[in-house]
Write a protein that binds this ligand. Structure first.
Ligand SMILES: NC(=O)c1ccc[n+]([C@@H]2O[C@H](COP(=O)([O-])OP(=O)(O)OC[C@H]3O[C@@H](n4cnc5c(N)ncnc54)[C@H](O)[C@@H]3O)[C@@H](O)[C@H]2O)c1
Length: 259
């Protein structure tokens, strides 16, 4: 049974943990008893009680130093939540090669670097505590549904989905579970920035709400709850899974309202 202290004596690292979904995950893990480090390029928004380690996930040396420091200061690393990511708007004609390189560097290679440097620590933890050790990556509905104006972002999240499955296969016999969550549009500072750039922010928000069968955006806490479940000992048999938290956007096909 899940308790409020099911992460007791576990160490957790959350990338992009100073804002939005990552900050909600870090706060929830702290509330559930974990020792938590937040890796972010700007740690100002990291929740109180978390160890803040500033690093950019595009810098391999910085990620290695941050992960090693987190593991040393937390005592062990059982949980990695690889969540740092950025958006990108446009069709395949709109983004130049350097923008493709920049976004893939953060959204895909950032997760590769984080996992690469965390794995030695996770292996040590798995030997002592089988079932409790995991990597959970933040993917997106954009990996599984064709969304307009998201060619580059979708390609990056499609890669995260495939990477999750491959990593799950590679590390299952080491006792390290690997899963991802696929949020629909989530009400985070990211979406605030997106709406801020829209010609008519209210109309844009209404369109985003209407796109999800539940009729609203999902919250950062709802996505965090799914991530924390996947990371928890209660999910000891769950690996190679993509858990949608998308208000029904992937799975449902509704008739128009009133139809
Ligand atoms: N908000 C949504 O609608 C939505 C939907 C699906 C998936 N996601 C995914 O959720 C994750 C978090 O998004 P959010 O909405 O909470 O965004 P956010 O902008 O609120 O938070 C992202 C965090 O990542 C950090 N970050 C960005 N680039 C970084 C880098 N190079 N190195 C280190 N840290 C970096 C930022 O500083 C920030 O703290 C992302 O991977 C995003 O793709 C978001």
């Amino acid at each position: 049974m899940t308790t409020t202290s099911d992460f007791e004596s576990m160490g957790a690292l959350v990338t992009g943990g100073a804002s939005g979904i990552g900050a909600a995950v870090a706060a929830m893990l702290l509330a559930r008893g974990a020792r938590v480090a937040v890796l972010d390029r700007d740690t100002a928004g990291a929740p109180a009680g978390a160890l803040a380690v500033e690093a950019d996930v595009t810098d391999d040396d910085a990620v290695r130093e941050a992960v090693d420091r987190a593991a040393a200061e937390l005592g062990a690393l059982h949980t990695v939540v690889s969540n740092a990511g950025i958006g990108s708007i446009g069709t395949v004609e709109d983004n130049a090669d350097d923008e493709w390189t920049r976004v893939l560097d953060i959204n895909v290679l950032g997760m590769v670097r984080t996992a690469r440097h965390a794995l030695p620590h996770l292996r040590r933890a798995a030997a002592a505590r089988p079932g409790a050790v995991s990597i959970t990556q933040t993917c997106s509905i954009a990996a599984t549904a064709g969304l307009p104006q998201r060619a580059l972002y979708s390609a990056s999240k499609g890669a995260v989905l495939s990477l999750t499955l491959a990593m799950a296969a590679d590390h299952v016999r080491e006792g390290i579970r690997v899963n991802c969550v696929n949020p629909g549009t989530a009400d985070t500072p990211w979406i605030g920035r997106l709406l801020g750039r829209a010609d008519d922010p209210d109309a844009e928000r209404a369109a985003l709400n209407a796109r999800q069968p539940l009729g609203r955006l999902v919250s950062a806490d709802e996505v965090a709850a799914a991530i924390v479940y996947l990371a928890s000992p209660a999910a000891a048999s769950v690996t190679g899974t993509a858990l949608a938290v998308d208000g029904g956007m992937q799975g449902l096909r509704l008739r128009p309202a009133g139809g």
